[in-house]
Ligand binder design. Structure first.
Ligand code: PLP
Length: 398
């Protein structure tokens, strides 16, 4: 195969898949892989889910795209579903997580602007965050590696250490508009801030008139065993982003807000050509309806707990490879002792896929339909990968 005409921006594994079914991916030559990358928390219902195929093909035969110059009943329906099951009153649909971040940034700035405070535009974010790759989302993300060589960093973002409430307080100025946080940092390494910290953020926002924004692009849509992770925390945000799992593999993102928080987003203040088109809405509705169906989230919580228990035993058996298990539901991080890239490769050699993250953490993001038997398969492969790595480890020590 020839990748020479593709931008070299990704360090890709030397693997191409031809088809998928449930938690499995198949190469053209018939090798199969247990997919615990899940398209980076995107394939929430696994590969080739019959309901999603039906939703997509049925809509494909009727209407793909009309633009937002017209009413789109599918948007009204999906927005109503999302609002009925969250704190939100209003939704803007886009195509990705980073666009959802952009919409959230605009929402919080316009909120203060229409209140007569255009000077309140700064946003506090946290070290280790990931909010996307547009220039503003990158400034929110704050990772110097991603910003280097891309011109002046977009102004208006102040980053503080995760969990440090004193630093947050010190960063608030009369120009601050909002605080952005992931209820669990995914790319950062499945780092879980305490509920107490999140409650303190809410209190600070209330005291200073700031909006609290949760980036649930990775944690949302059932990943943690609730529709959105904020439901675990006892804290309600004013604005929230979703993407990744909401389309089950179809590009779709959303920014959700209370009516109050969205009051500045008046006609003409924001837009998109593709966002919320009928194809995306048909698939998104099928994903969300499936996840909201009786028992589905119970299943996620139950399998997540089971995985956690089995993984604890894997760590005990291989303390020279794995150090710690983190996360909630099926957003699971395994902190590695060996370099995570080596562990991921050893795992691929055993026919299993998982995603690297910050802090040398291996992320396990299986489709939410994963069963306990699939988790057993994963554990077998993790054990085998760790055993295969052990001789190299012993050699390195000698
Ligand atoms: C992946 C991710 C994004 C960016 O989403 P894209 O669809 O890649 O633009 C933003 N925030 C979080 C928390 C993410 O995990």
């Amino acid at each position: 195969m020839d990748r020479s005409h593709i931008y070299d921006t990704f360090a890709r594994a030397p693997l191409a898949f031809e088809r998928g079914e449930g938690v499995w991916l198949y190469t053209a030559d018939g090798r199969r892989y247990l997919d615990f990358t899940g398209g980076i928390a995107v394939n929430s219902l696994g590969h080739a889910h019959p309901k999603l195929i039906a939703a997509l093909t049925e809509q494909a035969g009727k209407l793909w795209h009309v633009s937002n110059l017209f009413e789109i009943p599918g948007q009204e329906k999906l927005a109503a579903t999302l609002c009925a099951h969250t704190f939100a009153d209003k939704v803007f649909f886009g195509n990705s997580g980073t666009e959802a971040t952009e919409c959230a940034i605009k929402t919080v700035r316009r909120y203060h602007f229409v209140a007569g405070h255009p000077e309140r535009y700064r946003i506090i974010t946290f070290a280790g965050a990931f909010h996307g790759r547009t220039l503003a989302a990158l400034a929110a993300t704050g990772n110097p590696k991603y910003i280097e060589g891309m011109g002046p960093k977009a102004d208006g973002f102040d980053q503080v250490p995760l969990g440090d409430i004193k630093a947050v307080e010190a960063a608030i100025t009369p120009e601050t508009a909002a605080i952005f946080i992931e209820p669990i940092q995914g790319e950062g390494g499945v780092r879980v801030p305490s509920n107490q910290f999140l409650r303190q953020l809410r209190a600070l926002c209330d005291r200073h008139g700031l909006l609290l924004v949760f980036d649930e692009v990775q944690t949302g849509i059932g990943r943690t065993g609730k529709l959105f992770a904020y439901e675990w925390t006892g804290v309600t945000p004013d604005v929230m982003t979703a993407a990744k799992g909401i389309g089950g593999g179809f590009p779709l993102g959303a920014c959700l807000a209370t009516a109050e928080a969205a009051r500045g987003m008046t006609a003409g203040s924001h837009g998109t050509t593709f966002g919320g088109n009928p194809l995306a809405m048909a698939v998104g509705q099928a994903v969300v309806d499936t996840i909201l169906a009786d028992g589905f989230l119970d299943h996620v919580r139950k399998v997540g707990l089971y995985a956690r228990q089995r993984l604890a035993a894997v760590i005990d058996a291989h303390p020279d490879v794995f150090a710690e298990v983190r996360g909630e539901g099926l957003l699971i991080g395994l902190r590695c002792v060996l370099p995570v890239a080596e562990v991921a490769k050893a795992l691929r050699d055993q026919g299993m896929l998982a995603a690297a993250a910050g802090e040398n953490v291996l992320r396990l993001l299986p489709p939410l339909i994963v069963t306990e038997a699939d988790v057993d398969e994963a554990v077998t492969r993790l054990d085998a990968a760790a055993a295969a790595l052990a001789p190299a480890r012993a050699e390195a020590k000698a």
